[in-house]
Design a protein. Structure first.
Ligand code: SF4
Ligand code: FES
Length: 240
């Protein structure tokens, strides 16, 4: 790919110039420029949540979340460093041990952003002792299964249901380590909401919590989104 000399304002990301537009965050501008900054809770269609901290970078030497900090001219940003990637690996390991993530048996394996990012950061094992929390699944809905064991609390389903579907099906309850995903119905069951398979909220989860029923493994392992190209290669627009 030939480097195009940017004409507007730019910042430096790992030594390379990245152009940005007014009001863009560092992560938005980097993504538009096909530069990969690891992230989990950010989605281009929704306001940043800033909770997972995977996107933490050094901005002029200070740690900041790339998904929430506005781009500004001549910022010097470090992201792909041994120190930051090491911190990301620890965060990922904590996410894995806090929930029940058994990739080989998960329908989302190969399509999961958590799994793909863990591979990208060179995570080979959990490092910490697993919590193995007891989180029963909700299979009450005729078309959708909820497996709470894999929730990383990104809030994308909460925003998608509220802002796009206009239904407010999900919420996050509790605080700190006790935070958890809730279904907004009197029974707490998905069947008692108006959620439908075509809802944006049913198709936004970056991990394997919100799954359509009767469609398991329709795309075989080996042919899934991250099986061929890593999450970084996809962000970089690698079409080789
Ligand atoms: Fe995020 Fe999925 Fe959990 Fe919703 S269910 S908060 S989309 S991980
Ligand atoms: Fe920035 Fe999650 S992507 S904090």
């Amino acid at each position: 790919m030939t480097d195009v000399i940017p004409s507007g304002p730019t910042f430096f990301l790992d030594g390379k110039e990245v152009p940005f537009q007014a009001s863009e965050t560092i992560l938005q501008a980097a993504t538009r420029a096909h530069r990969y900054i690891p992230h989990l809770c950010w989605h281009p269609d929704f306001p940043a949540h800033g909770s997972c901290r995977l996107c933490s970078v050094k901005v002029n030497g200070q740690t900041a979340a790339a998904c929430t900090v506005r781009a500004a001219p001549d910022l010097v940003i470090e992201s792909d460093t041994e120190e930051l990637n090491g911190q990301r690996k620890r965060l990922l390991q904590m996410l894995f041990i806090e929930g029940n993530h058994f990739c080989p048996s998960c329908e989302k394996s190969g399509n999961c952003l958590l799994q793909a990012t863990a591979y990208q950061m060179g995570m080979l094992g959990p490092h910490f002792e697993e919590f193995y929390p007891d989180r029963p699944v909700d299979a009450s809905h005729p078309d959708i299964l909820l497996d709470f064991n894999r929730c990383i609390l990104c809030e994308l389903c909460v925003k998608a249901s509220r802002n796009v579907d206009g239904k407010n099906v999900f919420a996050i309850g509790g605080h700190g380590i006790a935070s958890h995903l809730l279904v907004n119905s009197e029974s707490g069951k998905l069947a008692d909401t108006s959620m439908a398979l075509a809802d944006r909220a049913a198709n936004i989860c970056p991990v394997g919590v919100i799954l359509p029923k009767r469609r398991g493994f329709a795309i075989p392992i080996g042919q899934r989104r991250f099986d061929d190209k890593s999450v970084a290669e996809q962000a970089q627009g690698d079409t080789s």
